[in-house]
Every structure is written in structure tokens, then in C-alpha cells.
Design a protein around this ligand. Structure first.
Ligand SMILES: [Zn+2]
Length: 114
């Protein structure tokens, strides 16, 4: 499962950061996932408890921010919500656009206990 390796990668990254600060454990983690990041949220939620088992994140409260994808049309400059990377501009029908939000997959912050 693709989402499992993503979750493990996030856990690894968070643990590394926590260890650098001499943390005992991580109490909270905030993760941002864009709707066009290619991550299946349900699968990610399913993978998470398995990924954090016996790590510093085992008891961490997970806050998942789902970031809606947005694009700007290259032809008419219209700003719109995009649900699929092949979506056309709803105003002029152009397929040329710049997706400026919604592809993120990142740890926004972690809270640690020492
Ligand atoms: Zn347009």
C-alpha cells in the first residue's frame, strides 16, 4: 500500500526531528495533505496506527489538514477549485492552468514532550 510507505516516511521524519530536540515522545503532529497529492485519505488513516506503533508517535494526536486544490487559468487568469488535474477552466474552457495549491504532503508541525 502506497499510503503505508508515506505514513512510515512521515513517522521517520518526525522521530528524527524529535530526537534532535531530545524529546521523550511526540504529543501532537499536524500533517497537510493536498487533494491532488495522490494520497488516499482513508488508506492513510488506516495505515497510520500501524505506522506509529512502538515509535515516539504512538500516543501522538494526529491532526490531518486536507488542503483543497486550486488552480489559476493561464489564459484568462480565473482562479478556481480543481478536483482533477485534467479539469478545464470553468470560465473559458482552457486546459492550460497553474495548480498552485493542493499537491502538498508535509508535516506542518510537531509538539514534543521532554
Ligand atoms: Zn480560463
Amino acid at each position: 500500500m502506497h499510503e503505508m510507505s508515506i505514513a512510515l516516511g512521515i513517522v521517520q521524519l518526525a522521530e528524527k526531528k524529535a530526537r534532535e530536540s531530545n524529546a521523550q515522545y511526540i504529543s501532537k503532529i499536524n500533517i497537510q495533505i493536498g487533494t491532488l497529492s495522490g494520497i488516499e485519505i482513508d488508506s492513510f488513516e488506516f495505515a497510520w496506527p500501524l505506522a506509529v506503533k512502538e515509535t515516539l508517535l504512538e500516543k501522538a494526536v494526529k491532526i490531518l489538514d486536507v488542503v483543497p486544490a486550486k488552480a489559476k487559468c493561464s489564459d484568462c487568469n480565473h482562479d478556481f477549485d480543481i478536483h482533477n488535474i485534467y479539469d478545464a477552466c470553468p470560465k473559458c474552457g482552457s486546459y492550460f492552468k497553474h495548480i498552485y495549491q493542493g499537491k502538498e504532503l508535509k508535516v506542518k508541525y510537531i509538539e514534543i514532550e521532554k
